[in-house]
Each structure stands twice: as structure tokens, then as C-alpha cells.
Design a protein around this ligand. Structure first.
Ligand SMILES: [Ca+2]
Ligand SMILES: [Ca+2]
Length: 204
């Protein structure tokens, strides 16, 4: 009760976020207000985060993917997302430069956080992505990428790595910037899936 800090963002965090994201003070303050409305405690829990994904993908199983995304956003690994982590995440995944988005993608794929990506980590994320692809959509995937194993193999092959090799962040970002095919394969694009579904409804 009567917590005066709950309604306003501290100047320190505000300035830090303005610098790191280039969002304006007005934008940040408005988001903070809506963030507090959604999360009066000022933190998003893992369960809440997964719940949001579940709403967006009612016909799929986004739990594993949501878990990985949550991990990549939870910079201090305390099991919750505070406003700062939330805004940085929003920036990296939406407004950021391509290289920033790929920095985030690297942290998503570096499941154990050791600074390098192994082939099994690629497979783990690709499996999580596949759980969000509806069986109907999966039917339309090209032959050499219609299972998680094939798709992981294809991604790994693009980087020219042996099975036991590791990918550094630099290799991952440079390779992905240079090759649109890798970029397409490493991400899940719900929007494109939805667009395709709409088209299908129009022209069954
Ligand atoms: Ca955190
Ligand atoms: Ca790793």
C-alpha cells in the first residue's frame, strides 16, 4: 500500500533504456503504465509469459518455445522479467537492427548459455519451433526441412560445420546476415503462417 515508486519509472532506468533502445521517454512511460496494468507486481512470471503464447497459438504447443524465449529475455536469470528486460526484449525483437535481432537469436539458440551453439542446441530450438507449426502447415514444408532433424541438419550444413563443431556468435551472425535461407530456417514466423492460412480460407 502507498508504494510511491509503483506508478513511475525511475529516472535512472528511464535514461538507461532511452540510450540503449532509442525509444522516447513518452513511449517508455506509456509502456510502463500498460506493463503495470498487466503485471501489477512489476514482473512477468514464466507462467504468465507462457500463457500469452498459449493465447496466440491455441491450436499448437508453444510451451517449449515460450520457455526458450523467456530464458533469452531473462537477462539476470532470476525467473521473472522486469520492465527493463521486457523493453530490451521488445527492442531486440521488433525495432532493433538486423544484427541486434540476430544477437537475440544467438542467445535463443545458445540454450546452455556457454557462448557457442552446438548442433544439438539447434535441434532443440527447431523442435520447439515445430511444435508450433500446425500439422496442416507442416504438410506444405519442403521435403528437406519437414522434420526438426532435417531442418537442423540443413541449418548446420549451411554453416559448413561438422557434427561436433560449435558456432561462435560472430559466425552465427555473419552467416545468417549473408544467407537469407539460414535466416528463414532459424526463425518461426507466425505472421507468415497466419497469412498463408488466410489465403487458404479465401482459395481453398
Ligand atoms: Ca529477470
Ligand atoms: Ca551453447
Amino acid at each position: 500500500m502507498g508504494n510511491s515508486r509503483s506508478g513511475a519509472l525511475s529516472r535512472e532506468i528511464l535514461e538507461e533504456l532511452q540510450l540503449s533502445t532509442k525509444f522516447t521517454q513518452e513511449e517508455l512511460c506509456a509502456w510502463y503504465q500498460s506493463f503495470l496494468k498487466e503485471c501489477p507486481g512489476g514482473r512477468i512470471t514464466r507462467q504468465q509469459f507462457q500463457g500469452t503464447y498459449a493465447k496466440f497459438f491455441p491450436d499448437a504447443d508453444p510451451k517449449a518455445y515460450a520457455e526458450h524465449v523467456f530464458r533469452s529475455f531473462d537477462a539476470n536469470s532470476d525467473g521473472t522479467l522486469d520492465f527493463k528486460e521486457y523493453v530490451v526484449a521488445l527492442h531486440m525483437t521488433t525495432a532493433g537492427q538486423p544484427s541486434q535481432k540476430l544477437e537475440w537469436a544467438f542467445s535463443l539458440y545458445d540454450v546452455d548459455g556457454n557462448g557457442a551453439i552446438s548442433k544439438s542446441e539447434v535441434l532443440e530450438i527447431v523442435m520447439a519451433i515445430f511444435k508450433m507449426i500446425s500439422p496442416e502447415d507442416a504438410k506444405h514444408l519442403p521435403h528437406d526441412e519437414n522434420t526438426p532433424e532435417k531442418r537442423a541438419e540443413k541449418i548446420w550444413g549451411f554453416f559448413g560445420k561438422k557434427d561436433d563443431d560449435k558456432l561462435t556468435e560472430e559466425e552465427f551472425i555473419e552467416g545468417t546476415l549473408a544467407n537469407k535461407e539460414i535466416l528463414r530456417l532459424i526463425q518461426f514466423e507466425p505472421q507468415k503462417v497466419k497469412e498463408r492460412l488466410k489465403e487458404k480460407e479465401k482459395n481453398p
